[in-house]
Structures are given as structure tokens and as C-alpha cells.
Design a protein around this ligand. Structure first.
Ligand code: PRX
Length: 651
């Protein structure tokens, strides 16, 4: 058990919500009555919310169709356009001059983009895509830095019904190629480069490399000139974004699509195989993005400035940097750069400079900033902050308390939000002015969300830990795995025979019904809040010519939560000096295959890996060895007993 989990289990502090605020959900009673409305008549409650919160082109006739479960369909018969809900709707309400996006670059350049300006650019981009022949249902891959054009492109896709798939800018050409091939994208939208740590992170060369073999589906690449670095333009295929948009009108009729029209595909790691393309659809996702902004963040679009630090390459960036705040007609902050550049006060300076009121980040960032020292936040006026959020991994109580005391000065409720790429938006989270919080607990399920902790047989456990499941479908749930229905069933529904959605996390529910997330129960790592499959990294390692076999496990890490530890057996013998050189090569190889986020922290060589007599790698044993812990697993089934000592020495 990691230290984080131990300290979480010992935690008994509780903090009351601040008084004197009129929250969107104003009290615990209000929360309970909304939950009750769902348990009395869930369809009617969803119907009311969807009718009130979304602008429909034509109304839906059916709330939830379960006939083809687990392929659920929500709000059937309805049509709408997502960009219209995020833009035109607010402009029609007289908010055209309000800031939609406040963007800051690492170098300190700032852009304020109003709703009217955003709509004009979204329309130009949508028209440019139409000119290139992109139509509803076509896939568009977006490989961009954190610049407004990333959000513009996403919204432009939704304007014409194209399906976007954003690929995180730090992913390698190989990872990009895999995603382009899986989606069969016709268009890739990228930038020359992005600003990072004072330099330029080039993106276009990665696209060129990805497209150099295969990727036959791609007809065009649209390139935003941003970093000013030299790039090559391939005649016919490559087009300059600015020229393409300049030629287009700033009006583009929003296409009314079906509620279930695919909205985006976002790849995420699982315990087996290559990353899966998680598919989300339009109405349900949009509804939940808006509701969770209003509920979990108590978002008041007229007065709040919301900043979610996640990159648009992740689900958090989709739902809470772009769609959630814009669906509410509020202001979202985007920052392109690293949090510690030029110094560890950067995030707090941005909060102060742009009057951020709600701030949302990951525990790994909080832990890194704690280490930098309190003097950094203390140099900035953080009195405008009113709510602090966290996401992506369990937050250890010490980090929670620092966030509460040093950043929130004891005034700001902390919302620890549990959810996943697959859930589209928050599932478990406190309501800032209603739910008492406990450091390290994501507290209670949101209204409409039916969570349970069960044993392997699916029986609810009353105390102790178990597996986290969702017992009822919810509007923003994934609609499948792109191109692989069977994988969707096998990964999420098979374990409990189609009855429950299996999240892959362990959890415990305490005597107050509060949820304590214990981390993944499968072979998925959570490194700095990023999800990585052990098998994905193992495949990258064995694709190196010197490697015979590899097993990857996580070990606890102070800042990152988990670090990647790879046990590797080689094809031939190597001496110590060559092993060092090879370890460096293997790290570079994984970076090339996947991206720097998957680079192993530890590489340990040994003659063999611990296997049971039936040939299964004993991962629990490897986890103990990686963490330097006493070995707790039963080694009696081990084929070769001497391997344990050898591995322990393999540092
Ligand atoms: O293990 C849980 C962890 O992150 C996983 C989902 O990863 P991903 O799809 O990349 O989405 C991350 C952002 C939503 C979950 O299965 N996780 C996410 N939020 C929390 C968390 N673990 C503990 N506490 C959280 N608040």
C-alpha cells in the first residue's frame, strides 16, 4: 500500500462549506432533494434538465433508450448544434462582448477573445474545413499547443458535425500516426510549434514524420503559424491556417445534428493493447459539461473567471478548459507553457493578473509547487480565488491541506473531482457551498449518478475496500470504443455481466457515505495524473532490438504520484557500463514510441522475470521490489526462486 493511501485511510478531519454564499446548489438539503428527484423519476429529471439547459433545434422525444444496452442512447429525436450552444446562444443574449477566452503565452503575451470574436473565427475555420471537403461525420485530428486556435478548431468541427480527435502535443509521431490511422482522419490541424520552457516545441515535423508512412486517409494539413520556427510545407497537402481562414466568411450556418451524433474521439490507455478511442456524443456530453460547471464549480458566468490548467489533449481540457465554461457563457483561461516558468510563482501570478476566481489543477502540480516553497504563492494576491479544484489522481491529505491553507487561505472550498475520460465529466465531487469536505475524499456522487463499491461478485460492500462501479447510465457516458464494440463491452461491462459499468478503480465508502478513491486496480499507471498502460510501455520496450522481455510496474513517487519502473531482460549479456548506456537508449526509445510522459524513471536489468509456473509475470512481486518494500506476495508459485534476489540487486 502506498504512503498516500495509508495517510488517506487515517484521515478524520472535516471542513464545513463556507457560509454566506448563495451557491447554485445552496445546501446539503438541496443536494439531497435533487438526488431524490432522480431516484423518484430519473427520466423526468433528466428531461427537465436537458430541456432547461440546452438550446434544441428540435426537441427530443425519448430520454433514454436502453434497448441495445450497453449501447445507450440519450435524448433521441432531438437535434442541436454544440457550437451554437456555446457561442451564438450567448451572443443572442447580449453577451457578445464578454471574454470567452483569456489566453496567456509562456512569454507573457495576452489575448482576450470575446464571444463575438470567437464565433467569427469558429465560423471561418468551419468554412475553411467545408472548402477542404470536410463533412459531418468526417474525422479531424488536432495536434496543437494550448492556444485559442485549438479551441476554435474543436468548436469549428462541432459547427459542421465533424468529429474531432485531439492528440496531446507531447505525444510522439508514432502515437500520432496510430491515432490518425485508427480514426482514418481526412484532415490534421496543427501549429508550427508551441512555447515550452523558454524554447519552441516543434509540432509540424512530428506531423510530417507521422504522415511519412501510412496515414493514407489524410488529404490536408492545416498549419497555424504561432511559434515562428521554420517548417517545411508540402505542396498541395499543407495549407496555411491564416490564409485559409482569411478567404472565408465569418458566417457559417450551424448544422443541427442528432443528439447522439458523435462529437469527439479521445484516446486513453487501458490495461491491454493500444490506447482506445473513447467516443463521446453531442447532447448528453454537453448537458453534463454545463451542469457540472454549475454544480461542482458553482460557476457564475457573469462574475467568475475560470481556469483549468489541463491541456486540451486530455479530457479535463476538453470538458473544463473549453466546453463546460463556454456552454455556460463564462470566461475560461488558457495558458501555454509550463507551470514553473520562469519561476514557481507562475500559476499564482496568472491567477492574480487575470482575477481568476475558480482554479482547477492536478495533485501532481500541487505537490511540485509545495516543494518550491510558500514564498511563491505568498508574493501574489490570491484574494480573488473562491473555489479550488483537483483532479486526476488521489490527493494526499498533506497536499490538500496546503492547497486549503496556503492557496485558499482557509476560505476556499476544495472540490476533489473523481471522473474519467470515459465519464465525460465529474461523477463524484463535493458541491462547494453544500458538502462538508474531508481531505483526500472526493466525497459524494453528483445528483443523477449512481455509484457503488462492490466485491468481485458485484455485491455491495458495506465497509472495507472494493471496486468502484456505476449502476445506471448517465448522459455524458462514453458511447463506445471507436471501431471496436467488443472492446467496449469487454473493458467496461463484461466484469459485472452488463449490469454495472466497471471503472477500473478501487474505492472505499466511509460511515458518512463519503468515497475514498484508492487508485487503479488494473495494469494502468497514473503518472502525474496521466493514464498510461503498462502493456503499452512494455510493447515500446520490446520493440527495441536489444530487449528480450519487459515488465512495467508503478512505484510510489512524491511528486508524480506514481513513477514508471521497467524490468528488462536483454537478448545478450551486457556489462555495467553498456547497461547504463542502454538504459539511456531505452528511455529515448520509449519517448520516440509514445512520448516523454511514458519514459521509465527506473530501468532494471535482470536475466529473467519472475513468473508463475503457468508463465504469468508476478506483477505484485515486481511492485514490491520496485518500491523497495518488504515482499508481501506469495512467492511459492514462482518458477525460479533465485530471480527475486537478483531483481532486488538489479538497481
Ligand atoms: O484512477 C482514476 C484517476 O484517473 C483515472 C482516469 O484517468 P483519465 O481518464 O485520464 O481522466 C483523468 C481526468 C478525469 C481514474 O480512473 N482519477 C481521476 N480523478 C481522480 C482520480 N483518482 C482519485 N481521485 C480523483 N479525484
Amino acid at each position: 500500500m502506498s504512503e498516500t493511501i495509508e495517510s488517506i485511510l487515517d484521515e478524520h478531519r472535516s471542513f464545513k462549506p463556507p457560509q454566506g454564499h448563495q451557491g447554485n446548489i445552496a445546501s446539503l438539503q438541496a443536494y439531497h432533494s435533487l438526488c431524490e428527484a432522480f431516484s423518484n423519476d430519473s427520466d423526468a429529471t433528466w428531461k427537465d434538465l436537458a430541456t432547461e439547459h440546452l438550446n434544441w433545434k428540435s426537441p427530443f422525444s425519448n430520454v433514454l433508450n436502453q434497448q441495445n444496452a450497453p449501447f445507450f442512447r440519450w435524448f433521441e429525436g432531438g437535434t442541436l448544434n454544440l457550437s451554437e450552444n456555446c457561442l451564438d446562444r450567448h451572443i443572442d443574449a447580449g453577451l457578445g462582448e464578454r471574454n470567452a477566452i483569456i489566453w496567456e503565452s509562456e512569454a507573457g503575451e495576452v489575448r482576450h477573445i470575446s464571444y463575438s470574436e470567437l464565433l467569427a473565427n469558429v465560423c471561418r475555420a468551419a468554412n475553411a474545413m467545408l472548402t477542404l471537403g470536410i463533412r459531418a461525420g468526417d474525422r479531424v485530428v488536432i495536434y496543437m499547443p494550448m492556444i485559442p486556435e485549438a479551441a476554435i478548431t474543436m468548436l469549428a468541427c462541432t459547427r459542421i458535425g465533424a468529429i474531432h480527435s485531439v492528440v496531446f502535443g507531447a505525444f510522439s509521431p508514432q502515437a500520432l500516426k496510430d491515432r490518425i490511422e485508427d480514426t482514418q482522419a481526412r484532415l490534421v490541424i496543427t501549429a508550427d510549434g508551441g512555447g515550452r520552457r523558454g524554447g519552441v516545441h516543434a509540432l509540424k515535423p512530428n506531423v510530417d514524420a507521422a504522415l511519412s508512412e501510412g496515414c493514407q486517409s489524410v488529404e490536408h494539413v492545416l498549419i497555424v503559424r504561432h511559434a515562428g520556427n521554420d517548417i517545411e510545407m508540402k505542396a498541395q497537402r499543407d495549407l496555411n491556417w491564416h490564409e485559409a481562414l482569411h478567404a472565408e466568411s465569418e458566417h457559417c450556418e450551424p448544422l443541427a445534428v442528432d443528439s447522439e451524433h458523435p462529437l469527439f474521439i479521445l484516446y486513453t490507455s487501458g490495461s491491454t493493447g493500444k490506447p482506445k478511442g473513447i467516443l463521446h456524443s453531442t447532447a448528453g456530453y454537453l448537458l453534463w459539461a454545463r451542469l457540472t460547471m454549475l454544480w461542482t464549480f458553482d460557476f457564475k458566468p457573469e462574475s467568475d473567471v475560470f481556469w483549468c490548467t489541463a491541456d486540451v489533449g486530455w479530457i479535463t481540457g476538453h470538458t473544463y478548459s473549453v466546453y463546460g465554461p463556454l456552454a455556460c457563457g463564462g470566461t475560461t483561461v488558457m495558458y501555454e507553457g509550463v507551470p514553473t516558468y520562469p519561476d514557481p510563482g507562475r500559476l499564482w501570478k496568472i491567477c492574480a493578473d487575470h482575477d481568476v476566481t475558480i482554479f482547477y489543477t492536478a495533485p501532481t502540480a500541487i505537490r511540485a509547487l509545495i516543494k518550491a516553497g510558500d514564498e511563491w504563492p505568498n508574493q501574489h494576491d490570491l484574494s480573488g480565488l473562491r473555489i479550488l479544484g483537483t483532479v486526476g489522481e488521489p490527493i494526499n491529505p498533506e497536499a490538500w491541506m496546503w492547497y486549503h491553507n496556503v492557496i485558499g487561505k482557509g476560505r476556499c472550498p476544495i472540490v476533489d473531482t473523481w471522473w474519467q475520460t470515459e465519464t465525460g465529466g465529474h461523477m463524484i465531487a463535493p458541491l462547494p457551498y453544500a458538502t462538508p469536505t474531508k481531505p483526500g475524499s472526493a466525497t459524494l456522487p453528483l445528483p443523477g449518478i449512481d455509484i457503488a463499491v462492490v466485491d468481485e461478485e458485484g455485491q455491495e460492500v458495506s465497509d472495507g475496500g472494493g471496486l468502484l462501479v456505476l449502476r445506471k447510465p448517465w448522459p455524458s457516458m462514453l458511447r463506445g470504443v471507436w471501431g471496436d464494440d467488443q472492446r467496449y463491452i469487454d473493458t467496461y461491462w463484461e466484469k459485472f455481466k452488463g449490469k454495472y459499468y466497471f471503472a477500473g478503480d478501487g474505492a472505499r465508502r466511509d460511515e458518512d457515505g463519503y468515497m475514498w478513491i484508492m487508485g487503479r486496480v488494473d495494469d494502468v499507471l497514473n503518472v502525474s495524473g496521466h493514464r498510461l498502460g503498462t502493456m503499452e510501455i512494455e510493447s515500446a520496450l520490446v520493440s527495441h532490438e536489444a530487449v528480450a522481455e519487459a515488465a512495467v510496474v508503478g512505484r510510489p513517487h512524491d511528486i508524480k504520484g506514481e513513477a514508471v519502473c521497467a524490468f528488462v531482460t536483454l537478448k545478450g549479456d551486457v556489462d555495467d557500463a553498456s547497461a547504463q548506456a542502454l538504459a539511456t537508449q531505452l528511455r529515448a526509445h520509449v519517448t520516440k514510441e509514445i512520448g516523454a510522459i511514458a519514459k521509465p524513471d527506473d530501468i532494471r536489468f535482470s536475466n529473467s522475470l519472475p513468473k508463475t509456473r503457468s508463465g504469468k509475470i508476478m506483477r505484485r512481486l515486481l511492485r514490491d521490489i520496485a518500491a523497495g518494500r518488504e515482499i508481501t506476495s506469495d512467492t511459492s508459485t514462482l518458477e525460479d526462486q533465485s530471480v527475486v534476489q537478483q531483481l532486488q540487486k538489479s538497481r
